[in-house]
Design a protein around this ligand. Structure first.
Ligand SMILES: [Zn+2]
Length: 362
C-alpha cells in the first residue's frame, strides 16, 4: 500500500523528468552493466483502427509505433538475442552475450501474427511467443477472462447473485466492476476448463443479456485481431516466420487456484499439444498472469517435471536481477510507458528504485 501510494505520487515526476534525464545522460545504459539478462514481455499490438474501450483491459497492448521505437532502442543500446540463443545458454551450449535482451510475448492473440510479426521481421528480430494449448486447434477461441470482463462492463448496474458460483455482488462503476472481475477470475480458476466455460456461458443470462450479447460490430475484423487467439494454422504461420513458440498453459487459469490434477494437465498437456501442432520441441513456459499470487513452488516444480527447460514470471525483470531457471523475471511492457520509462525498466533501475522505496516505507 505504502509503496503503491509513493509510486503514484512520484510517478509523473519520474516519467516527465527523472527517466528522460537518466536516459539522456547515458546513466540507464551504464546501469545495465550490472549484468545478467533482461527479458521483456509484450501482450500484443493494438490493431490499426481499434478503439481502446477500457484502459485497464487494453493497457497491456501497445501501439505499433511504440513497439517499433522500443525495438530500435533495444537494438541501439543492448544486444537482442534470439530465442535459440536463449535456449543454447539454458542447456549450457553457449555463453550469453553481455547486455542481452530477450523479447517475449504472451497469450498468442491474432495480432501477434497480423501486426506484431511484420514489425519484428522488418527489424530482423525474433520473439518467443507464449501461446495457449487452445491455439493448437482449428477452432477460434478467445481469452475467457477477457470475455468475462467485457460482459461485466456491458451488464446493467444492479445487485446480482449466482447460485452456481455461490457469489453475490453489485455492479456499479468501473472500479467496482473490475474488483468483481478479479474475484470471479479467482473463483473460476478453481474449475477445470469445461466447468469454467459452462459458468461463463451462463453469466450473460444472469444480467438479462442474450447469449450472444455482443453484436457483431462494423469493425469485426479489427475486433478479431484484438481479442481472438491464433488458431493452429496461424500458429504454424507464426512459427514459419522464424518466431519461437512456448507454452502459456492450456486455458490461462490463475494456476495457484487450480487443483493439482488440473494444474498438471494445464502445464504438461499444453506442451504436448503445442509440440504436436508445430512439430518442434516446446522448451519454455510462461505462467499465466505471472505474479507471485498466481505462481508458487508447485507450478515451478511441475514446469520442470513436464520437461520445460525454463519458466517465466511477469515481474521483477531488468538487468541485475537474479535468474532462477523456473522463475525467470520479466519486464512487463504497458501502453502507458514512455520510451525512457521503458529503458528504466530494462536497465534494472526501476526494480532497484522500487526495492529502495519499499525499504524506506516498510
Ligand atoms: Zn497471459
Amino acid at each position: 500500500m505504502w509503496f503503491d501510494h509513493s509510486v503514484r505520487v512520484v510517478s509523473p515526476i519520474l516519467k516527465r523528468a527523472v527517466y528522460p534525464c537518466l536516459a539522456n545522460s547515458g546513466y540507464l545504459r551504464r546501469h545495465a552493466d550490472r549484468g545478467g539478462l533482461c527479458v521483456v514481455t509484450y501482450h500484443g499490438i493494438l490493431p490499426h483502427g481499434y478503439r481502446v474501450a477500457d484502459g485497464q483491459q487494453d493497457g497491456s497492448l501497445i501501439s505499433a509505433q511504440s513497439f517499433r521505437q522500443q525495438l530500435r532502442l533495444l537494438k541501439r543500446n543492448y544486444r537482442v538475442v534470439s530465442p535459440e540463443q536463449m535456449h543454447e545458454w539454458l542447456v549450457g551450449a553457449k555463453e550469453m552475450p553481455d547486455r542481452a535482451v530477450l523479447i517475449t510475448c504472451d497469450d498468442g492473440l491474432k495480432n501477434t501474427l497480423t501486426d506484431m510479426a511484420p514489425i519484428l521481421r522488418e527489424e530482423h528480430l525474433s520473439c518467443l511467443f507464449f501461446v495457449l494449448g487452445l491455439s493448437a486447434s482449428e477452432e477460434v477461441a478467445t481469452l475467457w477472462y477477457e470475455d468475462l470482463y467485457r460482459v461485466l462492463l456491458a451488464a446493467p448496474a444492479g445487485s446480482y447473485e449466482s447460485e452456481a458460483l455461490r457469489f453475490s455482488f453489485t455492479l456499479q462503476d468501473r472500479v467496482q466492476r473490475r474488483s468483481v472481475w478479479t474475484s470471479l477470475v479467482k473463483k473460476l480458476s478453481r474449475c477445470d476448463a469445461t466447468h469454467r466455460e459452462r459458468h461463463i456461458e451462463a453469466i450473460p443470462g444472469l444480467f438479462g443479456l442474450p447469449d450472444r450479447w455482443r453484436t457483431e460490430s462494423a469493425n469485426a475484423e479489427v475486433e478479431r485481431r484484438r481479442f481472438s487467439l491464433l488458431n493452429v494454422n496461424e500458429l504454424r504461420q507464426l512459427a514459419s516466420l522464424g518466431m519461437s513458440i512456448g507454452s502459456h498453459t492450456l486455458t490461462h487459469p490463475v494456476m495457484s487456484q487450480q487443483s493439482s490434477e488440473s494444474a498438471w494437465r494445464e502445464i504438461s498437456e499444453s506442451r504436448r499439444l503445442l509440440q504436436q501442432a508445430i512439430g518442434e520441441p516446446v522448451w519454455a513456459l510462461a505462467y499465466p498472469f505471472g505474479d507471485p499470487a498466481s505462481v508458487g513452488a508447485r507450478e515451478i516444480q511441475m514446469a520442470a517435471q513436464a520437461g520445460f527447460e525454463c519458466g517465466f514470471i511477469n515481474t521483477g525483470g531488468g538487468f541485475g536481477a537474479s535468474l532462477p531457471r523456473y522463475a525467470l523475471p520479466r519486464v512487463h511492457v504497458a501502453s502507458a510507458m514512455t520510451l525512457t520509462e521503458f529503458e528504466a525498466h530494462v536497465s534494472g533501475f526501476y526494480r532497484e528504485l522500487r526495492s529502495r522505496i519499499r525499504g524506506i516505507t516498510a
